[in-house]
Design a protein around this ligand. Sequence first.
Ligand code: SF4
Length: 616
Amino acid sequence: MSWTRKLLRVDLSKGTCTSEPLNMEWAAHYLGQRGLASKYLSEEVDPTCDPLGPENKLIMATGPLTGTMASTGGRYSVITKGPLTGAIACSNSGGFFGAELKFAGWDMIIFEGKSDKPVYLLIQDDRAELRDAAHLWGKTAWETDDIIHATHQDPQMRVACIGRTAENGCLYAAVMNDKHRAAGRSGVGTVMASKHIKAVAVRGTQGVGNVDDAGAFTQATNDGKAVLAENAVTGQGLPAYGTQVLMNVINGVGGLPARNMRDVGFEGAENISAEAMAEPRKSDGKPNLTTNGACFGCTIACGRISTVDPTHFSVKDKPQYQGASGGLEYEAAWALGADTGVDDLDALTYVNFLCNEDGMDPISFGATVAAAMELFEEGVITTEQTGGVDLTFGNAEAFVAITEQMCQGGAFSEDLGMGSKRLTEKYGNPDLSMSVKGQEFPAYDPRGIQGIGLNYATSNRGACHLRGYTIASEVLGIPVKTELNDTDGKPELVKAFQDATALVDSSGLCIFTTFAWGMDNIAPQIDAACEGDWSVENCLEVGERIWNMERLFNEAAGFTADDDKLPKRLLQEAIKDGPTKGQVNRLGEMLPKYYEVRGWTPDGKIPDETRKRLSL
Ligand code: SF4
């Protein structure tokens, strides 16, 4: 079965927890996790609602392979209408929480309404109840995790929770689980805070039940693990260097933006790279990187576990931050580092700890600070707004100070918590927000790499590399090499990556498997686990259906083709030097063709015939 066939509906206004059957007809059309939960959201939530109002819902969902023996099968997602963008939001996380939820007998939790006081949800197998969380409100995510464990005296309990930034209204707050894993993007943690849910604590002892065809599943998952082990990226590169292996690679090809994407190419990239993380430091001879780590069931183990130099200014008087914790991963290292011009590895590692401890998306946070730094440089923002902090590009002390201020709810935290779009609008310079649909860019410059620009512009949750990682093809040559500056063929490439990603995000697997796996490795695992037809063709059609369903939600929320755009800077300000010198993004050459290959109208709408073809 691989499904528990049960979802938990939590009505926060009434304080009730109710079990109901999972809609298996929808599961046949949308698989699980991102796809199935987005279907529930589309059916149950008015897309025009206030994301932080009681009418919005928050869904935590597993996929059919979550908790199974499939490699990386430990993922879950948080789905809601996002407050940063107003668009549909789905943030995916690893760790152990998702598998534990499945072991407790639940495929999904739907939170609706709003509690009139802080609560946490306690799930112990079939029993689920809301408990008072007054003593947890105002605590960091790490403190919350510790207090819940101390209360229930069960080391195997898994906790997903929010930190103080979510409570303070930061629009890009994350849901943290297992302390350093995050459903990080689009402000899903802010929605959780708006409902007064501090945490979900889960302990399950029921296993995941039987998959549909145990023999075929064992074969398919073993075959998949062998492919991962033999592949240079998943078998060697990611375990040894993590995603941080990309820092020097992307800088080398002319695709690494810096200083609020004003520049491309960062002179400090080597100082904050995977290679630098492995070098012994002067003070104690130990490297920043302690070891790698793995989420539930993962045979790749890309996670980074690091320490800050105990003599570094950021932690020397703070012993609680001198131990090992999660990070740095590439996207965080870029947003916190190159985008702010800071190349102090220890400062970035510490700031990343704080992002995890208080639950905020390091990409949106770093990019919003970068926008504030440009406003500061222009003299639009001064130390009057920043609480005395000299917010110049490259100033590590200032960055540490502003991050601590952000976590503690200090003077400038309300402005930074708006995200770069609202911040730059407030200060009269909206063109300085490097975002799409209000969500900040990750670590690849669309001027240097054309296809990723089209992906950002059309991403259903705002700028995001994890909706369609064309970098695999454009930079790494996976599955085939396409040229960085070509626009021909990029609409087809973007669509293929977006649809395949939607399927993987709905399965319980990690997207990093796709450095080695194609759909012909993934489909047999799903097919053996689930009843029904999960051929390669059907998997791809389900991915396309999910993408179009999300687009329909956004359309009903008021988004149009005018929102499929990039900031002026990326279309008009050519790269000043390096291997991609002179380039801008040529979105106008790609977008009409993209609409065509998607079967949409020239103004980006989904016509009846495409809806019919996809059974929408
Ligand atoms: S590849 Fe990395 S992020 Fe993905 S499941 Fe494994 S450890 Fe977690």
